[in-house]
Design a protein around this ligand. Structure first.
Ligand code: NOJ
Length: 663
């Protein structure tokens, strides 16, 4: 009897007829209906808990060769159910479960061309992609993808404009109808409660998606190719068959806990392709870096040159003494005078790479290399093997790459970094680096889409208005609110190299610009902002001004067993708890915007019947980001599962806690 019921159920969740099909999430809460309209256009609609989320929305591709937006028939459908789990090499949690129902609709265009659309339904959202099987013709020149999300209401959207250089902007909230073209991802606050996150997964050889509103529907706009005069062309992608587009992903969550816990994007990426991953190590790193941004050091040679052998010795010893696994050095190599031609194998004369590599090795500290390309991806690509051989020979296991230039020069000429050519370049870098056992921290990237599951050596990326803006941005630095938006927007797309940890707020370069936070807010970022390569960004001497606060930075890990959002509101505050990987200790981080507020930490995640000691770093009573950022207290409590600890966060403030088993 039970068996019959299960079969009936499966038949119901994946029903299909000759021109329509139906699919549900494993828990039955999200439903999708697919059909062809009178013109033979593929359309779908989505409900959650019986309420319409997406009205009938169109699907299709336009290429120079075919108009694949109508005149389709369904040839057959196939279904599949997956209920499995997999282990992350590093991540916000060790084990990720992948439970979904899949429906693949095989279509035939009147031209004879075959195209499939694969849908996957998860308990927290859905995804779909276009698949082109091997057939004749062999090539498609894609000029448009007409994918639509026809939301039934004018939801509030958090987004940044689509042409934002390197995605470095403040996020803004407004109804979808008032938004111009946006970068992907966007986060929606749904009118009837709940949240949606619109993004893509598994972007390998295709342009990144952007989103815009037209005729009441949210539509895809693929980043175009540029011609030899760097002008926009009508071409979006050149594809040889067989190929699949990236997954179009829509997370649907009841609350921010569910939204931040969604792992659909990772599940949609291919399993790990690197056989031996033992060399991929999450770590914190300091760097010869902030000094250049506050202009007390320079990248290029001269009296203030930062990356000298002597400075690096100091940083390596500091790292060793303070439990920081790596040291980044920017400006070690030739080319910084004019940014015309960077060498990735020749150091400045005041940098002794062989000696420093031996010293780092003897101290057990990693040197993190730096390859700024000035946007010249083409040059970089031609010397990649040589560059990585050099780094590997010097024991360098991780490299921060950089592409500072509004338009990068790829092997295909001047192109947007999020166009197909840029996407290909970044993938080439990751794949080549993997061969040399080198991890990548990519600055000025294309927006992450979960590739780190397949290539876990892609450890972190920028793609955010990061801390450095607080050193030199003439607008005064990012407002307090900025950091309270990122955990629910940019960071849902993947790990972020935001570079937390400023401990000294007076700005010698632009006195009117500063970090809009208290010291405790900087501590909170180490937990709220996930990155398996986590920079500890300030100067060693600044850390020594507050050694008791720095103790939290020394101890907080950056690889987790479990992570959970304890409380939060987009643009207001965020409180995360994360359990260290392979251990029992929990870390809690909190950050708030310009409003002071009280956080109630409910310690439900602790083990039953065990006594814990909680060390809390919190804003002192009179703390304030502008007037008293250094005012903090350190307290100790004995706590157990279910206890509630009330903590006040100042304006621009935050909190940090370590909760460890008492013996
Ligand atoms: C911009 C990067 O975001 C920053 O971290 C780096 O220091 C500079 N480019 C120079 O490469």
């Amino acid at each position: 009897m039970k068996r019959i019921l299960i079969i009936c159920f499966i038949a119901f969740v994946m029903a299909s007829c000759h021109h329509c099909a139906h699919l549900q999430s494993p828990d039955g809460t999200i439903s999708l209906d697919f059909r062809l309209d009178e013109q033979g256009t593929p359309i779908y609609h989505v409900t959650k808990d019986g309420q319409l989320i997406l009205d009938w929305s169109k699907l299709g591709i336009v290429s120079q060769e075919y108009d694949l937006t109508h005149e389709f028939t369904i040839t057959h459908t196939t279904t599949n159910t997956v209920n499995t789990s997999w282990e992350t090499v590093w991540g916000e949690e060790r084990t990720i479960s992948d439970q979904h129902n899949e429906l693949i609709i095989a279509l035939k265009h009147q031209s004879g061309l075959k195209m499939k659309i694969a849908f996957r339904m998860y308990n927290d959202g859905l995804a779909f992609r276009y698949i082109f099987p091997k057939q004749s013709p062999k090539l498609l020149t894609i000029t448009d993808e007409i994918t639509e999300y026809r939301f039934v209401s004018d939801h509030q959207a958090w987004s940044i404009p689509w042409l934002t250089e390197y995605y470095e902007a403040l996020w803004d909230k407004a109804p979808l109808s008032q938004k111009d073209t946006m970068c992907s991802p966007i986060t929606l606050e749904l009118t009837n409660g709940g949240y949606a996150f619109v993004h893509e997964a598994a972007l390998y050889d295709y342009p990144a998606q952007n989103l815009y509103m037209q005729d009441g529907a949210l539509k895809l706009y693929l980043t175009p190719w540029l011609n030899q005069h760097a002008q926009v062309t009508s071409v979006k992608a050149y594809e040889s068959l067989p190929f699949s587009t990236p997954w179009r992903m829509l997370i649907l969550a009841d609350d921010l806990q569910e939204l931040t816990a969604s792992r659909i994007m990772l599940n949609l990426n291919e399993p790990c392709k690197i056989k031996d991953t033992s060399w991929i190590k999450p770590m914190k790193f300091i760097g010869i870096w902030w000094g250049m941004h506050i202009k007390t050091m320079t990248w290029e040679m001269g009296p203030l040159h930062g990356a000298t052998t002597e400075n690096m010795e100091k940083y390596l010893h500091f790292a060793k003494e303070h439990n920081i696994e790596g040291v980044l050095a920017e400006g070690w190599n030739k080319g910084w005078e004019d940014w015309r031609h960077f060498s990735f194998t020749e150091s400045y004369p005041d940098w002794d790479m062989p000696y420093l590599s031996r010293l780092a090795d003897s101290l057990g500290v990693e040197i993190i290399g730096h390859n700024e390309t000035g946007g010249n991806a083409a040059d970089y690509e031609t010397v990649l093997e040589e560059a990585y051989t050099y780094h590997a020979e010097h024991g360098i296991n991780a490299i921060k790459t950089g592409y500072v230039a509004p338009i990068i020069r790829t092997l295909d000429g001047l192109q947007w970094n999020k166009g197909q050519s840029g996407v290909r370049h970044y993938r080439k870098v990751i794949e080549t680096a993997a061969k040399y056992q080198i991890a990548i921290d990519n600055h000025e990237p294309v927006m992450p889409t979960g590739l780190q599951r397949t290539y876990p050596n892609l450890m972190t990326q920028e793609g955010v208005r990061g801390q450095e803006w607080n050193a030199w941005s003439r607008d005064g630095g990012s407002p307090c609110e900025h950091v309270t938006v990122l955990p629910y927007t940019r960071i849902l797309a993947g790990p972020v190299d935001y570079t937390p940890g400023v401990f000294h707020f007076e700005n010698p370069v632009i006195p009117t610009t500063r970090v809009h936070s208290t010291l405790m807010n900087q501590l909170g970022l180490f937990v709220c902002f996930y990155s398996p390569l986590q920079m500890v960004c300030d100067l060693p001497e600044h850390y020594m001004e507050h050694p008791d606060a720095f103790r939290f930075v020394e101890e907080v890990p950056c690889d987790w067993e479990r992570s959970l959002l304890m409380d939060g509101k987009i643009g207001d505050y965020c409180i995360y708890a994360r359990q260290e990987r392979g251990g029992d200790t929990w870390y809690i981080g909190g950050i708030t915007d310009e409003e002071a507020r009280t956080a109630e930490l409910t310690l439900d995640m602790l083990d039953e019947g065990v006594e814990y000691t909680m060390t809390l770093w919190c804003d002192a009573e009179n703390a304030d980001w502008l007037t008293r950022p250094y005012a903090y207290d350190i307290k100790e409590y004995s706590v157990k599962k279910g206890d509630k600890v009330t903590v006040w966060m100042a304006a621009g403030g935050g909190l940090a806690a370590q909760v460890r088993k008492t013996n």
